[in-house]
Structures are given as structure tokens and as C-alpha cells.
Write a protein that binds this ligand. Structure first.
Ligand code: UD1
Length: 351
């Protein structure tokens, strides 16, 4: 048996495709949900929508400072593992959230091998909590599955060469698999999605949301685009948004489900985001993406201007959204079979 640990919204999406592949390979998997994300729209609704069935435990470790949140998760997860009759063969973690870090630390200290999906990514910006998490988790992991050769190369530079596999990105598997149903189910209740040309925006990084000046700048830049901007809000913005005047062209909503998000993505004209996942999804949907960050882990998307980084202190969004890509689109981050490759590799070790 292996245990996968999830907690934040994008991890449910990744787990959905990996769990299915593990099942296909006859590997018993239990999912543990740390409760990092706890609003139904961020957690339960997505788990139900994607048909994830094997959640065996759910903690309540949302909110709090990084130390409080991570420590609570570690205590709960250690207790959970200690009461099992037999330890799992592996603890599998996704990406770079506090849930990823907590689970990897606990497993490593109990001598349970850690499997890291989405290994080897770096922003080289240690002020991002995710950068700290991913560096630590990579160095604790026994099997590391990367989304591209970049990741493999980076791990090599840090002396991690064993148990490293480039399998492609599990989010591409999810994008391809779930786009079919997202596009089939006409509208998906997205009645607020504009009929005319619109931009799709998401903002959730503390560097953008927790700085009043920067958040105001973002909203002013949305207004200057002079066409509808659909902006589903991350809960982090729930309170902050009240102090802002939302321009008439900006359409705000609560968090969208994964299928609703894919539907909006396929229908929009461009994407503005600070999310790692959405930068890739925009690329796969062949949409121009503008990223409100100073660096990206997904550097391959920058080639040919498919994705542009913008610094709103010096530049404006409108100068970037209209910049058309200059290179032919080609599939990045694997072939959509990452989950199967992970399951196939794990099946050899579990046996
Ligand atoms: C977390 C991850 C980030 C990931 C993102 C995906 C870390 C350090 N960050 O960021 O890497 O890209 O998830 O969405 O792990 N909140 C709610 N309801 C919820 C969840 C959160 O109200 O269901 C509020 C809480 O006040 C919480 C705040 O949002 O304190 C931030 O949530 P948190 O889980 O700490 O980080 P995210 O910004 O969601």
C-alpha cells in the first residue's frame, strides 16, 4: 500500500489522474487530505467532481502561519502513520505546498521512502514559501518524477541523480482527460462567462495579494484592458477585495470548479495569472498568458512569448496581452501519459 498526501486545490487534480493510474496497475493507494484547503469550493467539490474516492483520512490543518500549519500537519500525519498495522511502502507527495513539506518530513523521519511528483522545479526565489518546500522535499525524496528535462538537470546540479525520472507533467494528463468533459458539458453553469472576447485572471500569491499597492495596481491594469476580465477569487482575497473598487469590466466570482475553469480557459482570449498550474494550462490551451511575477518555474512556456512575465511597477498589462506568440505551438511537458509512467515505475518497486 502507498499513501498519497494532498491538501491544496491543484493537488486534488494531480491526485485524480495518478490515483486512476495506480489503480490500473493494481497498486493499493490511500489518500490523506491535510485540510490545508477546506472551503467546499476549494476542496470537497473538486474531490467529488473528479471522482476521487479513496480519501481515508482528513485533517483540519488549514490557516495559521507557515510554522503552525506545517507543524499541525506533521503531528496529525505522524499519528496517522503510527497507528497503521504496517507502514506504507511509499509516501507520495505532489508539488510544493506546506502539505507536501509536512508529509515528506514525517515520512523521511519514519524511514518511509518519499516519492515526489513534480520534482526539480526551481524559481531561485527563496522568499517564496514554495521554493523552500520544494528544495527540502527533493532532498528528502527517494523517487523523483520530473515534468521535463530541466527538472532532471536541476536535480543533477544539486547532486540528486538516483531515482530521478522525466515522465512529463501529470497536469497535462488531467488537462487532456478532463478537457473533453469540460467542453462537452455546455456552459457548466458558467453563465457569467462573457460571450464576447474576454481575459481570464487568477491571483493568489502573497506577493500580489498581501500588498495593497500591488493589488490596486493589478485592478487598475485589469480596468485598462477595456474588455471583460473574468476573475474567480481565491479565498485569500475574500476580505482584501472589500477595500477595492472593482471596475465595471471586471467580473468577479467565487472559486470555479476544475471543469468550470477548463471551460472558461478554452473560451477566453488570454490569461493573466500568478499561478504555476494555469501558466501551463494556458499554454496547452494555446492561449497567450501574462504572468504577474518576476520569475517562473515553467521557463519553457516563455519561449516565443507564449507566456510573458510582467512587473507592474514598471510595465503595464495591456502592452503584453496583445503580444502574439512568435513560435509554432508544440506540446510541452510530456505526452499526457505521466501518471501511467509513474504508476509503472512504482509497480516495479512495490512488487
Ligand atoms: C497554497 C500553496 C500554494 C498553492 C496554492 C493553490 C503553500 C505555502 N501554498 O496557497 O503553493 O499554489 O495553495 O491554491 O502551501 N483559505 C480559505 N479557504 C480555503 C483555503 C484557504 O479561506 O479553503 C484562506 C485562509 O485564510 C488561508 C489563506 O486562504 O490562511 C491562504 O491559504 P493557504 O493554504 O495558506 O495558502 P494558499 O494561498 O491557498
Amino acid at each position: 500500500m502507498i499513501i498519497s498526501v494532498v491538501g491544496a486545490r491543484p493537488q486534488f487534480v494531480k491526485a485524480a489522474v495518478v490515483s486512476k493510474a495506480l489503480k490500473d496497475y493494481g497498486i493499493e493507494e490511500w489518500i490523506v487530505h491535510t485540510g490545508q484547503h477546506y472551503d467546499d469550493a476549494m476542496s470537497g467539490a473538486i474531490i467529488r467532481e473528479l471522482g476521487i474516492e479513496n480519501v481515508k483520512a482528513q485533517f483540519a490543518c488549514g490557516t495559521g502561519t507557515h510554522a503552525v500549519q506545517t507543524a499541525k500537519m506533521m503531528i496529525e500525519f505522524e499519528q496517522f502513520l503510527m497507528q497503521l498495522e504496517r507502514p506504507p511502502k511509499f509516501v507520495l507527495v505532489f508539488g510544493d505546498t506546506n502539505s507536501t513539506l509536512a508529509a515528506a518530513l514525517v515520512a523521511a523521519k519514519l524511514h518511509i521512502p518519499v516519492v515526489h511528483v513534480e520534482a526539480g522545479l526551481r524559481s531561485f526565489n527563496r522568499s517564496m514559501p514554495e521554493e523552500v518546500n520544494r528544495v527540502v522535499v527533493d532532498h528528502l525524496s527517494s523517487l523523483l518524477f520530473c515534468s521535463s528535462e530541466e527538472g532532471v538537470g536541476q536535480l543533477g546540479k544539486e547532486g540528486i541523480v538516483e531515482g530521478v525520472f522525466n515522465v512529463g507533467d501529470v497536469m497535462l494528463d488531467a488537462f487532456q482527460y478532463f478537457s473533453k468533459s469540460a467542453r462537452r458539458e455546455e456552459g457548466l453553469g458558467n453563465s457569467f462567462v462573457p460571450k464576447e472576447s474576454f481575459g481570464l485572471a487568477t491571483i493568489h500569491r502573497p506577493s500580489n495579494t498581501d500588498n495593497d499597492k500591488q493589488l490596486r495596481r493589478i485592478v487598475e491594469n485589469f480596468e485598462a484592458l477595456k474588455l471583460p476580465v473574468l476573475w474567480p477569487l481565491h479565498p485569500r482575497l475574500k476580505d482584501r477585495i472589500k477595500s477595492l473598487t472593482i471596475p465595471a469590466n471586471v467580473l468577479i466570482s467565487g472559486p470555479l470548479s476544475y471543469l468550470q475553469m477548463l471551460d472558461a480557459l478554452h473560451r477566453c482570449s488570454f490569461v493573466v495569472t500568478d499561478s504555476g498550474g494555469l501558466q501551463k494550462e494556458a499554454y496547452w490551451a494555446r492561449k497567450k498568458c501574462v504572468t504577474i511575477r518576476q520569475e517562473t518555474e515553467w521557463t519553457e512556456t516563455l519561449a516565443g512569448n507564449w507566456n510573458s512575465l510582467v512587473d507592474l511597477e514598471k510595465e503595464s498589462l495591456s502592452d503584453f496581452v496583445s503580444v502574439q506568440p512568435t513560435t509554432e505551438w508544440e506540446l510541452l511537458y510530456g505526452d499526457g501519459c505521466a501518471a501511467r509512467k509513474i504508476a509503472e515505475t512504482l509497480s516495479k518497486y512495490v512488487a
